[in-house]
Design a protein around this ligand. Structure first.
Ligand code: ME8
Length: 518
C-alpha cells in the first residue's frame, strides 16, 4: 500500500475575486502535491473557501445578495482560477457545506466535554475587517480621530456575551509540543516567532459572536455563532471525514502532513489550531509551513492603491506554466517576493525558452532531420557523456531533498543546473560536426541529451505540468512511465524508438507591438 500524504492550503475568503497571492499559494501546494503523487504517495489535496463571518455578510448586503449567494459567486471564481492554473485538488471545501457544519459543531462539543469552553462577557476594541478584538494598547488614534487596530483597520468598542476557549491552559502543552516536534512550524524563523509569542503568555480566546448570525450556530445556544476562525480551521478535519473517526479517510489522512498558509495567519495555525485539536483529543498536523507575501514591484498590493494583480490576466498574458515557473523559481519559498513584468519575461525567456526549450528543440530536431525521427542507440559513452548522465541521475535525490523541506525554489534550481550543464555538454560535443566524422558518437550524444531531457521533464512535471507532459510526449515516454520510480536507469530511453515530429514547447515572450501613432 502507498504511504499517505495529506496537504492543504488556507481556505480563501471569497469576499471578492482571487488575487495573485491566492494563486501563488495554490500553485505551490499543487506542486508539492503533484511531487508526492509522482513519488509514489497516495495524496489528498484539500483547498476551498472560508465563507462565514461579519465581513462576508456586510459585503453581501451591499451587493444586494444573501451571504450565501455572494460566497457562491466568488467561490466559483476561485474554482475557475484553480482549473485555469492546473491546481489539481481532491476536494474543494466550502465552509457552508453541510458536512462542515456537522464537523464544526462536533469539535465544539468535544472541546466543551474537555472543559475548555465557558460562557463569559467580552468587551474590547473590535475590528470588523480583521474579525479580531484588540487590547487598548494595540490600537492607535489617527489624525481624523478614528481608532485603528494594529493592521490599520478601524476598531469599535464592542461588548457582548461570548464563549471562551481556555487557551491559557495550553501554554505549557504547546511549548512542549513545539519542543518535541521541531518540524511543526516551518520555516525556522516563524517557529521562533511563535515560540516567543507563546512564552509571552496566552489569554483565553473569545470564540463566539452574538452580534450577527452568518456563521455556524453554537450547539445548544443558537443565539451564538462560532467565531469564524474556529469554523475555518476545522475545515482541515472535515475534509477527511471528521467527526467519523473510524472512516477510512480519517484514519488514513489525519494528522495532515502539511498545511500551507501565508505568514499573516501563522498564529491561528500554530497556536489556536493545535490547542483546539489537543482539547478535542486529536493529533495536531505534522507541519505548518508559512510562505511569504507577493508584492507588486516591491509594493504591498491593495484595492485602494489599485495595484492588485489578477491571476487570470497573468496566466493569459504569459501562459500558465510560465507563471507557475516564475512564482516557484523566483521567490524562495517562505520569503516575500515581488512580481514585475520584466522579471517574469526574463525567467520565461532565459530559463524556459532558451535553456530548456532550445536544448530539447535542437537535439530532437537533429534526430528528426538526420535519423528519420528514430532515437539512436545509447552506444558507448565517452567520459563527457557519462558525466552528464550521472549528473541527471543524481538530480532526483537533490530535488526530493529540497521538496521534503518545502524548498521549492531549490528543487527547481537543482533541475535547472542540470539543464545548464547539459547545454554546455551539447555545445562542447558539437554533434553537428560529429554527424559526418563520427556517426556513432553522434548517436550517443543525441541519445544522452534526450535521456537528460527526459529526466528533466519527469522532475519538472509538478511545477510546469502541461509543458513537461508535452516534452515527454516528444520523447515518446508512455503515460504510465512518468512516475519517479522510472527516473534513472529504470526508465532509460530505448534506441530505435520512433519519436513524433518535434514542436516548440516553450514559446518566447515577445512584447506586443506598441500601437503606431497616427
Ligand atoms: O486568511 N501574497 O483568507 P485570505 C501571498 N480565510 N499570499 C497571500 C497574499 C499575498 N499578497 N495575500 C493573502 C484567510 N495571501 C483565511 C484563511 S485558513 C483556515 C483561513 C494568503 O483570503 C494568506 O496568507 O485572506 C492566506 O494563506 C491565503 O492567501 C488566503 O488569504
Amino acid at each position: 500500500m502507498k504511504p499517505a500524504f495529506y496537504i492543504t492550503t488556507a481556505i480563501d475568503y471569497p469576499n471578492g475575486v482571487p488575487h495573485i497571492g491566492h494563486a501563488y499559494e495554490k500553485i505551490a501546494a499543487d506542486a508539492l502535491a503533484r511531487f508526492k503523487k509522482l513519488d509514489g504517495y497516495e495524496v489528498f489535496f484539500l483547498t476551498g473557501t472560508d465563507e462565514h463571518g461579519l465581513k462576508m455578510a456586510q459585503t453581501a448586503e451591499k451587493q444586494g445578495l444573501t451571504p450565501l449567494e455572494w460566497a457562491t459567486k466568488n467561490s466559483t471564481r476561485f474554482k475557475q482560477m484553480d482549473a485555469l492554473l492546473g491546481v489539481e485538488y481532491d476536494r474543494f471545501i466550502r465552509t457552508t457545506d453541510q458536512d462542515h457544519v456537522v464537523s464544526s459543531q462536533a469539535i465544539w462539543q468535544r472541546m466543551v466535554e474537555a472543559g475548555d469552553i465557558y460562557l463569559d462577557a467580552y468587551s474590547g476594541w473590535y475590528s470588523v475587517r480583521d474579525e479580531a478584538y484588540y487590547a487598548e494598547e494595540e490600537t492607535t488614534v489617527n489624525a481624523d480621530g478614528v481608532r485603528l487596530g494594529p493592521q490599520g483597520t478601524p476598531v469599535e468598542w464592542t461588548e457582548e456575551k461570548s464563549y471562551f476557549f481556555r487557551l491559557s491552559a495550553y501554554q505549557d502543552r504547546l511549548l512542549a509540543y513545539y519542543e518535541t516536534h521541531p518540524d511543526f512550524i516551518r520555516p525556522e524563523s516563524r517557529r521562533n516567532e511563535v515560540v516567543s509569542f507563546v512564552k509571552g503568555g496566552l489569554q483565553d480566546l473569545s470564540i463566539s459572536r452574538t452580534t450577527f448570525s452568518w456563521g455556524i450556530p453554537v450547539p445548544g445556544d443558537e443565539e451564538h455563532v462560532m467565531y469564524v476562525w474556529v469554523d475555518a480551521l476545522t475545515n482541515y478535519i472535515t475534509g477527511v471525514g471528521y467527526p467519523d473517526l473510524a472512516s477510512e479517510s480519517f484514519k488514513r489522512f489525519w494528522p495532515a502532513n502539511l498545511h500551507i498558509i501565508g505568514k499573516d495567519i501563522i498564529r491561528f495555525h500554530a497556536v489556536y489550531w493545535p490547542a483546539f485539536l489537543l482539547s478535542a483529543g486529536l493529533e495536531p498536523p505534522k507541519t505548518v509551513f508559512a510562505h511569504g507575501f507577493i508584492h507588486n514591484r516591491g509594493e504591498k498590493m491593495s484595492k485602494s492603491v489599485g495595484n492588485v494583480i489578477d491571476p487570470f490576466d497573468l496566466a493569459n498574458a504569459y501562459g500558465v506554466d510560465a507563471l507557475r515557473y516564475f512564482l516557484l523559481r523566483e521567490i524562495p519559498f517562505g520569503q516575500d517576493g515581488s512580481y514585475s513584468h520584466e522579471a517574469i519575461v526574463a525567467r520565461t525567456n532565459a530559463d524556459l525558452a532558451n535553456d530548456l526549450g532550445n536544448l530539447a528543440q535542437r537535439s530532437l530536431s537533429m534526430i528528426a532531420k538526420n535519423l528519420g525521427g528514430t532515437l539512436p542507440a545509447s552506444g558507448t559513452p565517452a567520459p563527457d557523456d557519462a558525466a552528464i548522465l550521472a549528473m541527471a541521475d543524481a538530480m532526483a535525490s537533490k530535488v526530493r531533498e529540497a521538496m521534503e523541506i518545502q524548498q521549492i525554489h531549490q528543487a527547481l534550481g537543482a533541475i535547472w543546473s542540470v539543464v545548464a550543464e547539459a547545454n554546455r555538454y551539447f555545445a562542447g560535443a558539437a554533434p553537428w560536426e560529429l554527424r559526418k566524422t563520427d556517426p556513432e558518437r553522434f548517436g550517443t550524444v543525441l541519445w544522452t541529451t534526450a535521456e537528460v531531457v527526459r529526466q528533466v521533464a519527469m522532475l519538472a512535471q509538478p511545477f510546469i505540468p502541461a509543458s513537461a507532459s508535452k516534452l515527454l510526449d516528444l520523447l515518446a515516454v508512455p503515460a504510465e512511465a512518468r512516475t519517479f520510480d522510472r527516473l534513472g536507469e529504470a526508465g532509460r530511453l530505448v534506441g530505435g524508438t520512433a519519436l513524433p515530429p518535434p514542436v516548440g514547447v516553450f514559446p518566447r515572450y515577445v512584447e506586443p507591438e506598441a500601437p503606431t501613432a497616427s
